[in-house]
Design a protein around this ligand. Sequence first.
Ligand code: ZN
Length: 181
Amino acid sequence: MDRKALFKSLIQTLPEDAEREGLKDTPQRADEAWEHLFRGYGQKPEDLLTVFDNEGYDEMILVKDIEFYSTCEHHMLSFFGKAHIAYIPKDKIIGLSKMPRLVEIFSRRLQNQERMTTQIADALKELLDPKGVAVVVEAKHLCMMARGVEKQSSVVTTSALKGLFKQNSSTREEFLRLIRE
Ligand code: ZN
């Protein structure tokens, strides 16, 4: 299907002239924006993430404040915020710079925040078989903010805890304290 033609049809559902100066190239631009917003579909974690042997490090590895932009599958409006990812390695580790790319893979899709959080945690678990994984995602949703729903500045927090982060309350508390700092 020709997405540009569909965007033009969508504009024409409004009392607008789709050919006017400001709108005539909009289907093209919107098409390019979609390419970007939804490029996560073409990517798999195992393609991106180079795994290394762990050389005896057995404490938490945490990457916090990873910015992301995703698109809510219910309204096709953006939700965006920060992801915090931690794991405790067993035999394998990954490059720290790969954490944001892991978030990209799952955020650049039609998503809900709960699923995105779980998918990030599951992917790390699958790739590294670590002793524990923790993912917390904090996001604002345009579908709450822009549609005039009351809680306009509220932040939605979701989490996925596995292994030691689930079983051991002091590990979990350390993680939660570190992401609040
Ligand atoms: Zn929504």
